[in-house]
Design a protein around this ligand. Structure first.
Ligand SMILES: Cc1cc2nc3c(=O)[nH]c(=O)nc-3n(C[C@H](O)[C@H](O)[C@H](O)COP(=O)(O)OP(=O)(O)OC[C@H]3O[C@@H](n4cnc5c(N)ncnc54)[C@H](O)[C@@H]3O)c2cc1C
Length: 408
């Protein structure tokens, strides 16, 4: 079990299954909870069906970093999508964080939010040149950041060794993800959402306006609209077949220490941190050091895996080797906490937000390609707008339309 799940109180407002609902959301991770919160606030009758407990899968097993730019260095996003789409993507994540922070404050959700920014560290001299290219683009577009040359790094990250410079991104943050999602779930519940735990969906019968969802225990829920927020865990429930054809699983792995002595803690800042193009990511959490990544370092890169009970011993060894190389102050420190989580990918690296083509009354909000904690709050609001008003407001939304993944 992840450190966050161990530390967090259960979600306490879970209800029993109603007979019918306007909108049935399948999945109680950040995607399902954010959508439920916005729908309930708009006065829609909404029910979340969660197979296990709220935030028990990826949403409770991540590194708790609220990132900008999909975790990629900005010039690479420019290169992949072109300047206009890159700006839209950046703005979407920036707007997500502003909306999320406002909602956490409005609902009094205490989830250890630290808004000290993010530090992207260069693993090699080549990555340092890429960070400088990214910084030049950020500067040209007026996006707040700071380049940190290697000889200044000791002030920013005293424990760090062997990095070649860094880019500090104002606007990134860290949270305790389970407390965040369960806090938002309490707010959704207060706004009128039914959130039912232990409610795995086995099948969906019927059509738009008259769906009948059959649960794994045989109970049924009637619904007018169905929203798939199941990441890559229940693709077979999508009648259009699009999710099975386009969304794929991959597994991430994290290790963490117990609380460290004060003399060590003060050598680590509370930034969202990463290196090697965000493949390795780390942060402090209540005096513990938490680090994930290295999935690229084993054959198969953990693609196609749905099991988040197990872990890969070579990844653990490689994460510890990284720690010892870059943070020698942690030599001899035990990492007793180890967990994995399943993420969902798409061929173009962007999520699905919107109506599933060929399946009237059916929507999807999933496949965040490893950045859902940073993405799903605003995406949930946009999906709620699509359901209530027929279209979402944010100008980036066409980038995430599920129909883009249909064969040409
Ligand atoms: C190791 C790791 C590190 C990460 N670090 C970060 C990070 O620092 N920053 C960031 O932004 N993102 C990070 N992510 C990604 C982020 O955690 C995910 O993108 C996000 O949590 C996905 O949320 P979700 O709601 O789509 O999926 P999930 O949280 O997986 O929720 C899907 C839910 O659907 C439920 N479900 C499945 N099948 C059914 C069914 N048949 N019936 C009912 N319910 C069902 C599941 O039980 C689950 O609760 C990380 C992920 C991992 C694994």
């Amino acid at each position: 079990m992840s450190l966050w799940l161990q530390q967090s109180a259960p979600f306490t407002a879970a209800t029993t299954l109603p007979e019918r609902t306007d909108v049935a959301i399948i999945g109680g991770g950040i995607a399902g909870i954010a959508t439920a919160l916005h729908l309930a606030q708009a006065g829609v009758e909404v029910t979340v069906l969660e197979q296990r407990t709220v935030a028990s899968r990826a949403s409770g097993r991540n590194d708790g970093q609220l990132l900008l730019g999909l975790g990629e260095h900005y010039h690479r996003i420019h290169g992949q999508f072109g300047p206009d789409k890159a700006r839209l993507l950046w703005d979407f994540l920036r707007d997500n964080h502003a909306a999320l922070r406002a909602s956490l404050a409005a609902h009094g959700v205490d989830c250890g939010l630290r808004q000290d920014g993010g530090l992207r560290l260069a693993e090699t001299p080549h990555e340092w040149t890429e960070l400088q290219t990214a910084a030049a683009l950020l500067a040209a577009e007026g996006k707040p950041h700071r380049l940190v040359p290697a000889d200044e790094l000791a002030r920013w990250l005293p424990a760090g060794r062997g990095f070649h410079g860094a880019l500090h991104l104002v606007g990134e943050a860290i949270v305790q993800p389970v407390q965040m999602v369960r806090g938002l779930a309490q707010a959704a519940s207060k706004a009128g959402a039914h959130i039912v735990e232990g409610a795995g969906v086995a099948a969906i019968d019927g059509d738009a306006g008259a769906f009948s969802l059959r649960l794994q225990d045989g109970q049924r829920l009637a619904a007018s609209i169905v929203v798939h927020c199941t990441s890559t865990l229940a693709r077979e429930l999508d009648p259009s077949g699009l999710l099975s054809r386009t969304v794929f699983p991959f597994r991430g792995q994290i290790v963490a220490t117990d609380p460290l002595p004060a003399a060590i803690v003060q050598q680590f800042p509370t930034y969202a941190m990463s290196s090697n193009f965000c493949y390795e990511y780390f942060r402090m959490a209540n005096d513990r050091f938490v680090i994930g990544g290295k999935r690229w370092s084993v054959p198969g890169e953990q693609l196609g895996i749905l099991d988040d009970d197990g872990s890969h011993p070579q990844i653990t060894a490689n994460l510890l080797a990284y720690v010892h190389e870059h943070f020698p102050v942690l030599q001899g420190t035990a990492f007793p906490h180890l967990w994995t989580g399943i993420m969902a990918g798409t061929p173009d690296g962007l999520p699905l937000v919107g109506a599933l083509p060929g399946a009237p009354g059916t929507f999807a909000l999933l496949a965040f390609n490893g950045y859902g904690l940073s993405f799903a709050f605003l995406a949930g609001r946009c999906l709620a707008e699509m359901i209530v008003d027929g279209q979402g407001q944010h100008p980036a939304l066409p980038l995430f339309a599920p129909r883009r993944l249909l064969p040409a």
